[in-house]
Design a protein around this ligand. Structure first.
Ligand code: SAM
Length: 276
């Protein structure tokens, strides 16, 4: 994945391009097919910066991730609490639980702590090695919690009772989201649940315009500079393509979940509960 940077850091990102990436105070350079191209970095939040259509969670993003996302997404921590309460209905003795896109491990660790006496295993999966290393450093406990560096698009799930994807599938292409939801559902025990949170697009243009403006107000109110808000939006081009609420609900139903309901809506952010 492409990599936003901490300004001043020099980072080489495997798998981003067919060459190397070097970041400095003002620009990162992409060496592709022998040609050097400048990718201008824009400040996104404090020391966090990213260039056009290049947002990723790699490199040193883990250092500012929790603070950045808590200020960026309405009710981020409150919805962690909601998921913890929901998990009480589905986690059983000897359950296997997954979090897809576990980032720094906060939610995986909270679930592990809540169900410590019951769980067989809880596995936090993330594609970014630096995120997995940070999660392990903070919360690694080999007996119950595992953090795995893996791609959820090709992950082989074991039978499970509870799976959470908290603002992760939105970073996959829409057809890949369907594939992952199906893979989760296939391996889920009957009566088990998948909790999916996603950034969404409104179907109505006027409503979308309103929500966009309200979301900008929300970020301004949380201390972001207008230029930072614009830089983040620009960095997400081609990286985050929201589905509509109806598309998400249809994908969950098509995958085989028998009960699907909306459990959260805060501006352009929604959460669904899908029971097999
Ligand atoms: C918004 S963060 C998730 C936040 C986290 N769930 C929480 O509750 O704080 C999205 C995470 O998904 C990870 N991710 C993106 N694509 C992935 C993929 N294909 N497989 C595994 N993880 C992925 C990113 O590296 C990032 O850490």
């Amino acid at each position: 994945m492409h990599c936003p940077s901490i300004i001043g850091a020099a980072v080489s990102i495997p798998g981003s391009f067919d060459g190397s990436v070097v970041q400095d105070a003002k620009s990162q350079q992409r060496i592709s097919g022998g040609e050097v191209q400048d990718l201008d970095l824009e400040k996104v939040d404090g020391e966090l910066s990213a260039s056009l259509a290049s947002w990723s969670f790699g490199g040193t993003v883990y250092r500012s991730f929790d603070e950045h996302i808590t200020r960026s997404v309405p009710m981020y921590s409150e919805c962690h609490e909601l998921i913890l309460s929901l998990s009480d209905f589905f986690v059983r003795p000897d359950s296997i639980v997954y979090e897809l896109g576990s980032a720094t491990g906060v939610l995986t660790a909270q679930l592990a702590q809540r169900h410590a006496s019951k769980l067989r295993r809880i596995i936090g999966i993330d594609i970014e090695q630096s995120m997995v290393t940070e999660a392990e450093r903070r919360y690694g406990n080999p007996s119950v919690v595992q953090f795995v560096e893996a791609d959820v698009r090709s992950y082989k799930f074991e039978p499970s009772d509870f799976v959470v994807s908290y603002y992760t599938l939105q970073f996959l292409r829409p057809e890949e989201r369907h594939h992952v939801i199906k893979a989760v559902c296939e391996k889920m025990a009957r009566g088990g649940a998948f909790v999916l949170f996603e950034k969404v697009r409104e179907r109505d243009g006027r409503l979308q315009d309103l929500v966009d403006q309200l979301y900008a107000d929300y970020k301004l109110g949380n201390g972001f500079e207008p230029t930072e808000i614009l830089a983040k939006t620009r960095s997400l081009r081609s990286v985050l393509e929201p589905s509509t609420s109806a598309e998400n609900i249809a994908a969950l139903r098509e995958a085989g979940f028998s009960v699907v309901g909306l459990i959260h809506k805060g501006l352009c952010f929604e959460g669904y509960l899908a029971i097999k």
